[in-house]
Design a protein around this ligand. Sequence first.
Ligand code: PGA
Length: 244
Amino acid sequence: MRKMAAGNWKMNGALSDLTELTLLAQRHAMASVDILMCLPAPLIAPAQKEGVIKIGGQTCHVASSGAHTGDISAQMLVEVGAKAIIVGHSERRQDHNEDNATVQAQARQVIEAGAQAIICIGETGDARERGETLDVLADQLAGSVPEGATSGNTVIAYEPVWAIGTGVVPTLEQIEEAHRFIRNTLVDRFGSDAQDMTLLYGGSVKGSNAAEIFSVADVNGALVGGASLRADDFSPIITALEAS
Ligand code: PGA
């Protein structure tokens, strides 16, 4: 089981901010966990020199090429150095109406291009209040994760929508329930290989709460937004994961 500390810069960051990655690479040169930073597409190529840090993308098109002005394929991101690509982030599902079928097609493109698909799932606050959390997760897992997903080519990120960018974190019991459910669902479908699939928690992870989140069973790392932008904020999260 590979543990992973993954960051997601979203639509933030400039060329000058890549010095944050240089700092991280220096501080964590001997890292015992995977460190992945998912950058805006124009920063992927210039970030290639950052040693231990793998660079990733944040989305891709459902096709590998064609008449899709403004879109970028998984293959293109991989060619400039992306080792992994996030698909199905809730901001993409909301802002671009990406449904499970779209996310599954994107994940297939990522895997075919030779990168790791980081597939995001998670319930809205309304769904949790209605008691539908596990139904939503079951539906998203069935619809978004392609056949052929393995512990090598796929990572699942559980990101409750209500915890993203809000500073509100689920209880450890809520995280544990979701992760246990995700693990069992994946093992039912893909067999014992899914025991080794890396499961990330995402949503308001910070240096101050990382250790307790990583103590939860079946949490194998984090997908971090706001606290991934600065080395001083992300570094303690990497250290907490290594210690877990
Ligand atoms: P956050 O974002 O850490 O800023 O809550 C997490 C994410 O959207 O992946």
